[in-house]
Ligand binder design. Sequence first.
Ligand code: CTP
Length: 398
Amino acid sequence: MLAGKRVLLIIGGGIAAFKSLELIRHLRKRGAEVVPVLTRAGEEFVTPLSVSGLAAQKVYRDLFDLTDESEMGHIELSRAADLVVVAPATADLIAKMAAGLANDLASTLLMATDKRVLIAPAMNVRMWQHAATRRNIATLKADGVLIAGPNEGTMACGEVGPGRMAEPLEIVAAIEMAISDGPLKGKHILVTSGPTHEPIDPVRYIANRSSGAQGSAIARALAALGAEVTFVTGPADVAPPDGVRVVRVQTALQMLEAVQATLPADAGVFAAAVADWRMANAASSKMKKDAKGSLPKLEFAENPDILATVSQMKKGRPALVVGFAAETDDVIENAIAKRKRKGCDWILANDVSPETGIMGGSENAVTLISADGVDVWPRMGKSQVAERLAAAIAARLG
Ligand code: CTP
């Protein structure tokens, strides 16, 4: 599965670095080429000689090594790989990645790469649980960085808990998943998800009951088929999946702006339950009751229709635009009309009447409406709906 693949392996400075030697061996056994980079701190734990011996490759160590620059510049080095792996990823390296620092070879390669990055964190349990590391990991996840481990267990320092680097074979499995040539490899797909919150004043808002579960499952299923996914999400209950780029927004106007900034894309799936209206007269300070008990007058303005805006783009429209139609009455007829009105290619119609339990629930019953006709899918879990949709998208884009 890894034959002919090239992995750029950055070895950070942690006691777990010795496991990276085994990782190199396993990767090469599976046919991968391993280009090793050793940080200064990494050299304290494993020698350049053992790394280059196992990789049967030169070890890259210094950003300002002019010989390397003439052979292969750091930009090229960062891109001439199918995947960049950081193992062990120390608290320091993770912090640098999250902050976007580029002050040595490893951090510069991580900034310059246009490939996916997988990290295998390894550190003391307290460092792993530290608020700064929590923040940095959340940032990296939102940037689409893949994370293998860490595992729980006894650490070299004697403490017990999460922080042990994943075992080499576990990292190999994560690498195989990340590198696999899924049918959507090389395709960029935009997914919108969740509700939007439209402020009434700084403390109150209008919202809807969308949990973001269906959108999140769709993003996960597309990424599993190898797509590069940008996930534009409103304030949802369900967390975004790993391995996708996350853009968080609150309002419909912000969602439209984020979507436009994300394009071009090969396909767009608009699963968000965007609020149709926002306040035309949102207050900039908290609205107060008055002595006379007078009621606030809320005025509405219509939000832009993001799906229709993208569907009707003259230039740069994704080749496939998929919308949802949340209906309570005449589901199919309304959805057929909605597809035409908005100009999208496919629409997934679903009945969101309260008795179906679909809005906010774990199941969905959809009908796929396209120019080719109407395809009724049986009621199934939201993740199965997502997988079936992802497979249909792959067949269409492939
Ligand atoms: N949608 C959107 N922007 C909006 C409203 C809806 O992108 N401002 C998208 C949704 O993400 C979904 C589709 O349009 O893919 C249909 O949403 P739905 O709520 O069913 O339809 P509405 O356009 O709101 O139409 P109506 O209220 O008349 O049913």
